[in-house]
Design a protein around this ligand. Structure first.
Ligand SMILES: *[C@@H]1O[C@H](CO)[C@@H](O)[C@H](O)[C@H]1NC(C)=O
Ligand SMILES: *[C@@H]1O[C@H](CO)[C@@H](O)[C@H](O)[C@H]1NC(C)=O
Ligand SMILES: *[C@@H]1O[C@H](CO)[C@@H](O)[C@H](O)[C@H]1NC(C)=O
Ligand SMILES: *[C@@H]1O[C@H](CO)[C@@H](O)[C@H](O)[C@H]1NC(C)=O
Ligand SMILES: *[C@@H]1O[C@H](CO)[C@@H](O)[C@H](O)[C@H]1NC(C)=O
Ligand SMILES: *[C@@H]1O[C@H](CO)[C@@H](O)[C@H](O)[C@H]1NC(C)=O
Ligand SMILES: *[C@@H]1O[C@H](CO)[C@@H](O)[C@H](O)[C@H]1NC(C)=O
Ligand SMILES: *[C@@H]1O[C@H](CO)[C@@H](O)[C@H](O)[C@H]1NC(C)=O
Ligand SMILES: *[C@@H]1O[C@H](CO)[C@@H](O)[C@H](O)[C@H]1NC(C)=O
Ligand SMILES: *[C@@H]1O[C@H](CO)[C@@H](O)[C@H](O)[C@H]1NC(C)=O
Ligand SMILES: *[C@@H]1O[C@H](CO)[C@@H](O)[C@H](O)[C@H]1NC(C)=O
Ligand SMILES: *[C@@H]1O[C@H](CO)[C@@H](O)[C@H](O)[C@H]1NC(C)=O
Length: 526
């Protein structure tokens, strides 16, 4: 059990009853346990698998289906929970997965049934949302097929392709070292390898003269990745579950947790095979070990008797700008916001010497009571943000209102910000070092009439972003950076977690936060 993120805010909107649709039921039995894996061929290590397998199985459903997952934790020494990244969980906020936000972690030996209906098409993924666990392997694709996809007649076959980063150490070893006074600058551990589909040197058999829909998902912990296919362009048609008008790209960048679906039309000849490459964004790395191959190669295999050429070196990493995408449904910009939330991102040390991430001077500390249970037990005070605690940075939203989130990055790192439960319109993203939103003198004339929509957006160093969404999904939703290192470990052994009370566990006086969980104190001035 541990907080999902200390770099987070909880968004709370009034709970209401919701409709249920009837459709097929898709059932999975997942026994989560340790297996051994060696995906980069360099080091064998304990890895978290499902039903004795790793990579873990993909979840597949059609729009409208009810999904039931019987999850049993056989890890023996860690709690777990599953988050279905990008799914709205409309009416089932209690199935969203983050431990201490919408559920307690599933302790070793216990089971939990996830039960939800999916009413959105597209490319998603699922992963552990307990502690910093998912980089140990508990991460896999979740695909929602759409019989009404506007692109259905434009491709012959679809292929799922994940990209990720890989560490030889376990998170339980790396996290305490990362989050300690021995690492005062908060330097994130540099991965040992990049992977395609959790392996290397992947060959993807293709036939000539066909069009494939690639569903690409960055299921990594940290590294954003540049991706290109030699000799082939990508025609982007979906990002993060939202169809967009086709846009041709020679190279894309996908941050940790983002998805991008694109069409690739194969050549008519089968005389050669073509490399495709993912190159980790090394600007995120504090150090670049000399022996690190931060690239991974795969091949579009037209003919397995032909050679598999090494990729050519690319001089400039100049990816497609996702801000230029236009949603396929042409949804226009939401009107003036009813509520504006401005968040300043900084990284700083507290008096334990470790480095923490802050929103508006608040570093996340999980409450004693999962936020959802506070909302459900607080009665009228559920709409009083203070009952959720000083260190969750909760915002209470009115159902249906248009909310604008401005994020100012006062840090020199890139951060992919992810909103649970909604797609947002991405109105604006400044260049690097543009300063805050105020500094940039942005006006509504700078916003596109039909903004791109997705659930995770990259914010550049010392820059700012502006997002807008409609709060039409009652529940408790996190907004946080999706670099797993910016989600801290706080191995909470106790399963004596209360399910009523405010953030401090006070069930009598919800306005009294005495005894709430706190991060370390401030450093003395100077
Ligand atoms: C899941 O497990 C239950 C109980 O062990 C069993 O009844 C059911 O058939 C299994 N379902 C699937 C899809 O494997
Ligand atoms: C992939 O190929 C490269 C180059 O031959 C090699 O160094 C690497 O070990 C291979 N990876 C795996 C997992 O076999
Ligand atoms: C948990 O169990 C795994 C698999 O046996 C082991 O490799 C790992 O070190 C254990 N972790 C902790 C924190 O004890
Ligand atoms: C899933 O939830 C629905 C709606 O609440 C309920 O009718 C159904 O029994 C649940 N199924 C399981 C397996 O829990
Ligand atoms: C990648 O792995 C997924 C399973 O996670 C599999 O369904 C898919 O076919 C693989 N993709 C390729 C291109 O081999
Ligand atoms: C890819 O697109 C670029 C720019 O639109 C174009 O110049 C190039 O010829 C295309 N390459 C292929 C292989 O179609
Ligand atoms: C492949 O052949 C088809 C049919 O002759 C043609 O329309 C298409 O342009 C060719 N594709 C390429 C990539 O040359
Ligand atoms: C990775 O690929 C990039 C782009 O082609 C190249 O500049 C770099 O040298 C490669 N790095 C390694 C370690 O091979
Ligand atoms: C979106 O706009 C384009 C260009 O104006 C138009 O061709 C298309 O029909 C519109 N699509 C929808 C779903 O309204
Ligand atoms: C942040 O907190 C520190 C320490 O309490 C305080 O000195 C500083 O003024 C605060 N900054 C803002 C922007 O509130
Ligand atoms: C914003 O406006 C102020 C005052 O007009 C001006 O000094 C500043 O240079 C502008 N900043 C940018 C980034 O245009
Ligand atoms: C959630 O469901 C409500 C009621 O059906 C609907 O109005 C709303 O648009 C949905 N929100 C999302 C994000 O799916």
């Amino acid at each position: 059990m541990s907080p999902p993120s200390r770099f987070a805010v909880a968004l709370i909107s009034a709970l209401a009853s919701l409709q249920v649709t009837t459709a097929a039921t898709v059932t999975y039995n997942f026994t989560i346990g340790w297996v051994t894996a060696n995906p980069d061929g360099a080091f064998e290590r304990p890895t978290i698998g499902i039903n004795g397998q790793w990579p873990i199985p993909r979840i597949e459903a059609n729009t409208g289906d009810n999904v039931i997952i019987y999850a049993t934790n056989q890890l023996g020494n860690q709690s777990t929970s599953l988050h279905f990244h990008g799914l709205f969980m409309n009416g089932t906020t209690h199935m969203d997965g983050p431990a201490q936000v919408s559920q307690c972690g599933i302790p070793p030996g216990s089971s939990f049934t996830y039960n939800f209906t999916i009413n959105q098409p597209g490319t998603y993924w699922y992963h552990s949302h307990t502690g910093g666990q998912y980089p140990d392997g508990l991460r896999g694709p979740l695909i929602v097929h759409d019989p009404d996809s506007p692109f259905l007649d434009q491709y012959d076959e679809e292929l799922i392709l994940t990209v990720s980063d890989w560490y030889h150490e376990q998170m339980a070893v790396m996290l305490p070292a990362f989050n300690s006074k021995g690492n005062p600058t908060g330097a994130e551990p540099v991965p040992q390898a990049a992977l395609f589909n959790e392996t290397q040197n992947l060959t993807v058999a293709v036939e000539p003269g066909k069009t494939y829909l690639f569903r690409m998902i960055n299921i990594g912990a940290f590294a954003g990745q540049y991706i290109w296919f030699e000799g082939h362009n990508m025609t982007i048609v979906e990002v993060d579950g939202v169809y967009h008008h086709p846009a041709v790209a020679e190279m894309i960048y996908i941050a940790a947790s983002q998805r991008c679906s694109f069409l690739i039309t194969t050549k008519n000849e089968t005389t050669a095979n073509y490399a495709f490459v993912a190159s980790m964004d090394t600007t995120l790395f504090d150090t670049l070990p000399a022996d690190l191959n931060y690239n991974v190669t795969g091949w579009l295999t037209y003919n397995d008797k032909e050679s598999f050429p090494e990729p050519a070196l690319v001089d400039e990493l100049d990816p497609f700008d996702d801000m230029t995408l236009v949603p396929y449904d042409n949804q226009t910009i939401f009107g003036e916001p009813d509520k504006i939330i401005e968040l300043d991102v900084i990284m700083d040390n507290l008096n334990d010497g470790a480095n923490y991430a802050f929103f508006n001077n608040i570093t996340y500390k999980a409450p004693k009571v999962p936020t959802l249970y506070t909302a459900l037990s607080a009665g009228e005070l559920a709409t009083d943000a203070s009952v959720y605690g000083t260190y969750t940075h909760a915002f209470v939203l009115e159902k249906g209102e248009v909310v604008q989130i401005i994020v100012n990055n006062l840090d020199t790192g890139r951060h992919p910000f992810h909103l649970h439960g909604h797609h947002f319109q991405a109105l604006y993203r400044s260049e690097e070092e543009a300063g805050t939103f105020e500094d940039a003198n942005v006006t509504s004339a700078d916003y596109p009439a039909i903004p791109m929509r997705r659930d995770t957006l990259v914010l550049y160093p010392d820059g700012n972003i502006v997002l807008r969404f409609r709060a039409d999904n009652p529940g408790i939703w996190l907004f946080h950076c999706h670099i797993e290192w910016h989600n801290h470990l706080d191995v909470c052994a106790s399963q004596n977690i209360a399910t009523t009370g405010n953030a401090a566990g006070n069930t009598v006086d919800y306005t009294n936060l005495k005894g709430e969980n706190k991060p370390p104190g401030r450093l003395p001035d100077g």
